[in-house]
Design a protein around this ligand. Structure first.
Ligand SMILES: [Zn+2]
Ligand SMILES: [Zn+2]
Length: 188
């Protein structure tokens, strides 16, 4: 889809709502978008393959931290993770060395953003159930992971079979590869 004016998201209880804008052509589709299987991302999100996308803080309004129920947990000396203190939704990751950016957990974006609007008028039913076509949505452009990091934690047969570049740890710690981490052998 073409660059949207804005996309919206929020926590499960609705106390925290936010809008992300894309004022510059280079902002869309977002490139700082990756799936991380490190243990901290997993614990924080409760997901095996948590995926965040980074945005300039100036493109996110209102600032997540301005919300009364927003809480920040310092998960390490260099990073913090945000969540809603009422419903517990995991929402964000912030690296203290890049204070102008905030990574937002992609599952926090609204269903219409991720999947498109429900086209109830054209829905139909068959032996599989009720099919509701979707209109629009930015799911692919917003969510296709540009890289997979901390793949040393991949679970064979469950989370190890993604296309695209993989890194054993972070992107700074070694070269990218495409095979499964378990296919490497120590030939030295
Ligand atoms: Zn909430
Ligand atoms: Zn992580």
């Amino acid at each position: 889809m073409p660059r949207p004016e804005n996309i919206t998201g929020g926590c499960l209880c609705g106390a925290i709502r936010f809008t992300v804008t894309f004022p510059n052509a280079r902002d869309w589709p977002p490139e700082t978008n990756g799936a991380c299987q490190c243990t901290m991302c997993r614990k924080h999100s409760g997901s095996l393959v948590p995926q965040n996308c980074g945005f300039p803080k100036t493109n996110v309004s209102p600032p997540l931290s301005s919300n009364p129920t927003y809480r920040n947990y310092n998960s390490s000396p260099t990073a913090s993770r945000g969540f809603c203190g009422t419903c517990g939704s995991a929402l964000s990751f912030e690296d203290k060395s890049s204070a102008d950016f905030i990574e937002i957990n992609l599952g926090a974006f609204d269903e219409e953003v991720l999947c498109g609007k429900r086209d109830e008028a054209n829905a139909w039913e068959d032996e599989y159930g009720r099919h509701v076509p979707r209109i629009g949505g930015a799911g692919y452009e917003l969510c296709y992971p540009k890289y997979h990091i901390f793949t040393e934690n991949m679970i064979p047969g469950v989370t190890d079979d993604f296309p695209g570049p993989k890194y054993l740890l972070s992107k700074e710690d070694g070269k990218a590869f495409t095979k499964k981490p378990s296919e490497f052998r120590n030939d030295g």
